[in-house]
Design a protein around this ligand. Structure first.
Ligand SMILES: Cc1cc2nc3c(=O)[nH]c(=O)nc-3n(C[C@H](O)[C@H](O)[C@H](O)COP(=O)(O)OP(=O)(O)OC[C@H]3O[C@@H](n4cnc5c(N)ncnc54)[C@H](O)[C@@H]3O)c2cc1C
Length: 495
């Protein structure tokens, strides 16, 4: 099955902007850990207010979740307003709306102000059921939109490739862009005049000394009064919000079609999301779907096979160019987590529920106003403190299932490896404890501690990405044990 290059199209041939790693010690007003869309949106708004900021990025800016996104920019995450109205009431709903409209407008303003060339386009955003017998939720959302005075309408003339679908909810004048070009534009603005971006500078430890935070990397530290944790899942988490997050994964394809698709779509039943973007070879469609949990034992190629079949059925495909996977954090109440933690001057942003582009700018506005002690009507509606003292069934179930996973005592490591085929993986329980083994195409074996370095959950293998993933909290390690995704900070021990 040919799927093209194994990476997200945003990360192929992206303009090679790079930054040095931290070497030495510096002091700034605000330290931002994580150089994805969240970290850079927040850094931009703080620098615009005259604050000195320092972004510390473990790898390359935008090269993790933000590099896998479809980057639809909208004041709605497909369907959210009915949920917000029904669960939190009208007063909350109006504040929520104000936050997301402010974020949406601020993105346009920043792109314009900083003159960022990021293929920004105005498009319509269609939300459809995919199953005509299950359309009621579109009507319910429309009622909520009307109640909150948000534009949106139900239409029956849906454009290609969904002309035969009965109806859709459409939000006109939404936006799409190339997220890496956008981040590079923000990064060029942030770095300089006493503010910094450092890449390949993983934060290994955070200490409090008097009123300051000291943030340590391998070759230096940064001192500052305020710290923002923007590592997608927090690596520093005074209120343990990680216990209230769940992770899912999706798989994506980049394909050239014989007929261009102009707008953005989300289809439920089964779930798919799609949009196109200009490339030197013409308009390329991004198609994402096949949501699955990290512990799903399905052969991961199966998800791509399904996506390919879906594409062949629906479009006139010219060629398959790219394939990749990605996943975001979901919260139990479907609201992002943005605000000051119970530790003074420590700010957390996470739980973007696959709606992180606009939510990152909302985070920037909220943290700017909190740090500068400005009034803002929606300052506290996403507070991380809302979970304080809440029992979390989610976490208890995960720990029971994945930390205390019952793995029978296995053969010795040597015997196991002899029996393993090339390019295969295994979790074993032996005299050295739970181990994760990958045997590559050339019979080299990589033997690692099989428990996540964050909270000790037993890892699962992704046979397409060749990574070990934590089904509890989403940490990811490569087959050599190097940490790729937070919340883990430390590599897996090798055996
Ligand atoms: C498949 C998919 C489709 C999506 N589609 C959309 C969409 O259409 N519209 C939308 O609005 N949202 C969408 N989202 C959601 C959105 O892309 C994410 O919410 C957003 O990109 C998350 O940004 P982030 O900055 O939190 O995370 P990231 O981009 O992962 O950034 C976090 C950064 O922190 C760094 N880091 C981790 N640990 C450390 C450490 N110890 N020290 C220093 N740095 C560290 C990481 O290396 C990483 O670069 C989608 C998500 C996925 C997965």
């Amino acid at each position: 099955m040919f799927l093209g290059k194994h990476l997200s199209l945003w990360l192929d041939n992206c303009d090679e902007l790079s930054f040095d790693s931290l070497n030495g010690n510096i002091e700034v007003d605000v330290i931002i850990v994580g150089g994805g869309v969240a970290g850079l949106s927040i850094a931009t708004l703080l620098k615009k207010e005259g604050l000195k900021v320092c972004v510390l990025e473990a790898r390359r800016i935008g090269h993790y979740i933000t590099g896998t996104t479809t980057a639809k920019i909208s004041y709605t995450s497909s369907l959210i307003y009915n949920h917000v109205l029904s669960n939190f009431g009208k007063e909350f709903g109006l504040k929520f709306k104000e936050a997301y409209f402010d974020g949406f407008n601020k993105i346009k303003e920043i792109i314009n102000d900083l003159n960022i060339n990021c293929d920004l386009r105005k498009v319509s955003f269609y939300i459809l059921s995919g199953d005509e017998t299950k359309n009621d939720f579109l009507d319910d959302e429309l009622v909520a939109l009307k109640d909150l005075d948000i534009p949106g309408k139900i239409v029956s003339n849906v454009p290609y490739p969904f002309e035969n679908v009965g109806k859709a909810l459409v939000h006109e004048n939404q936006l799409e862009f190339n997220p890496i070009k956008y981040l590079h534009g923000l990064a060029r603005y942030i770095h300089g005049d006493g503010s910094f971006i450092f890449e390949n500078s993983r934060v290994l430890d955070i200490e409090t000394v008097n009123d300051f935070k000291i943030v340590k990397t391998k070759n230096g530290f940064v001192k500052g009064k305020n710290i923002v944790i923007a590592t997608n899942t927090p690596i520093y988490d005074p209120d343990s919000v990680y216990k209230h997050l769940n992770q899912n994964k999706s798989d994506g394809l980049g394909l050239l079609l014989k007929r261009d698709i102009k707008d953005m779509f989300v289809v439920f039943n089964p779930f798919h999301t799609l949009r196109s973007t200009p490339t030197p070879n013409g308009e390329m469609l991004l198609l994402l779907g096949e949501h699955h949990s990290i512990d799903d034992s399905t052969d991961r190629f199966e998800f791509y096979r399904n996506l390919r079949n879906f594409s062949d059925d629906l479009f006139d495909v010219e060629s398959f160019e790219y394939f990749w996977s990605g996943g975001d954090n979901l919260t139990e109440d479907k609201l992002a987590i943005i605000g000051e933690s119970s530790e003074d001057c420590v700010y957390i942003v996470t739980g973007f529920n696959s709606w992180g582009i606009n939510t990152s700018m909302v985070s920037g506005i909220i943290l700017r106003d909190l740090i500068l002690k400005r009034e803002n009507s929606y300052l506290n509606i996403f507070s991380p403190l809302r979970f304080k003292n809440n029992e979390t069934k989610l976490e208890n179930e995960k720990i029971k299932k994945f930390r205390n996973e019952d793995i029978g005592f296995s053969d010795s490591v040597t015997n196991t490896i002899v029996k393993m085929g090339n390019n295969s993986s295994k979790i074993i329980n032996c005299e050295d404890g739970i181990l994760a083994i990958y045997k590559d195409y050339d019979s080299n074996s990589y033997i690692l501690n099989g428990r996540c370095s964050h909270k000790g959950c037993v890892l699962h293998w992704d046979n397409v990405e060749k990574i070990w993933e934590c089904p509890c909290h989403g940490s990811i390690f490569d087959y050599k044990g190097n940490v790729i995704r937070a919340p883990a900070i430390h590599n897996l021990k090798q055996h």
